[in-house]
Design a binder for this molecule. Structure first.
Ligand code: FPP
Length: 243
């Protein structure tokens, strides 16, 4: 590793990642798209390891969006199978590094064997407190916010909440994982400058790090570079620079 982690003054508590470019990585090599996703799953593992080493508490990866259901059925099926396979592969690492698995998104839309496999690891790691690995699956941020609005409206209608009590925290409290702090750093691979309906509310003050690397090429070293870049940023949250 080329970077001395000790030299970093601040480590983000939560890093969110848009894992883009698996398809292009595969295409460049004349491989199938699913081969790209398979190599991408190894990058997820590398990032989990690097994050644990650096002391990042929360990692959220965008593995499957609500829009991804529009992909060819064979690719969707391949991704779901890969998810199950990856969980089998990572599980021991989650235990070794005290990492809790959580999922955000339309859990009920996932195929039953995938839900069952996820639930097994969610339950088996629920007591870990050092790190949390969040997988966004069938996730869409606008839908998440719309669902929060619906839940809040229902509470107001039922007289459980007053209209004037609704504030920013009320919205946060009704998102999928209200107890997970907002990401301070968002990494997107393959050079795209878009949020793609990912954590729109939670990323309000996050620093963005965009790299041209395709996701399968994003490993420990690339993750540490992103942490280094984050260290060089001056975060003011709309305030003025401290002297
Ligand atoms: C985007 O690349 C990637 C995805 C839609 C899937 C990401 C999934 C994994 C890395 C699989 C493993 C995940 C876990 C959590 C084990 P793309 O297909 O849009 O690439 P392209 O833009 O080059 O076509």
């Amino acid at each position: 590793m080329s970077l001395d982690l000790q030299s970093l003054e601040k480590i983000p508590r939560h890093v969110a990642l848009i894992m883009d470019g698996n398809g292009r990585w595969a295409q460049q090599r004349g491989l199938s798209r699913i081969e790209g996703h398979k190599e991408g799953a190894q990058s997820v593992r590398a990032v989990l390891r690097a994050a644990a080493q650096a002391g990042v508490e929360f990692i959220t990866v965008y593995a499957f969006s609500t829009e991804n259901w529009k992909r060819p059925p064979a690719e969707i099926d391949g991704l779901m199978k890969l998810l199950v396979h990856s969980l089998n592969e990572y599980e021991q690492e989650l235990h070794d590094n005290n990492i809790r698995l959580r999922v955000m998104g339309q859990f009920e839309k996932l195929p039953l064997p995938v839900r069952m496999r996820l639930q097994k690891t969610i339950d088996a790691t629920a007591h870990y407190t050092d790190h949390t690995f969040v997988i966004a699956l069938s996730y869409g941020s606008r839908m998440e916010i719309a669902n929060a609005a619906k839940q809040i409206a229902e509470k107001v209608k039922a007289g459980e909440m007053k209209l004037k009590e609704i504030d920013e925290q009320t919205i946060t409290d009704h998102l999928y994982l209200p107890d997970v702090p907002d990401p301070e750093l968002m990494i997107r691979t393959s050079g795209e400058l878009r949020l793609s309906n990912f954590l729109l509310w939670q990323l309000s003050y996050a620093e963005f790090y965009i790299t041209n690397d395709y996701w399968p090429d994003f490993r420990e070293e690339q993750f540490f570079h992103a942490l280094e870049a984050f260290n060089g940023r001056d975060r003011r949250y709309g305030g003025v620079k401290k002297k």
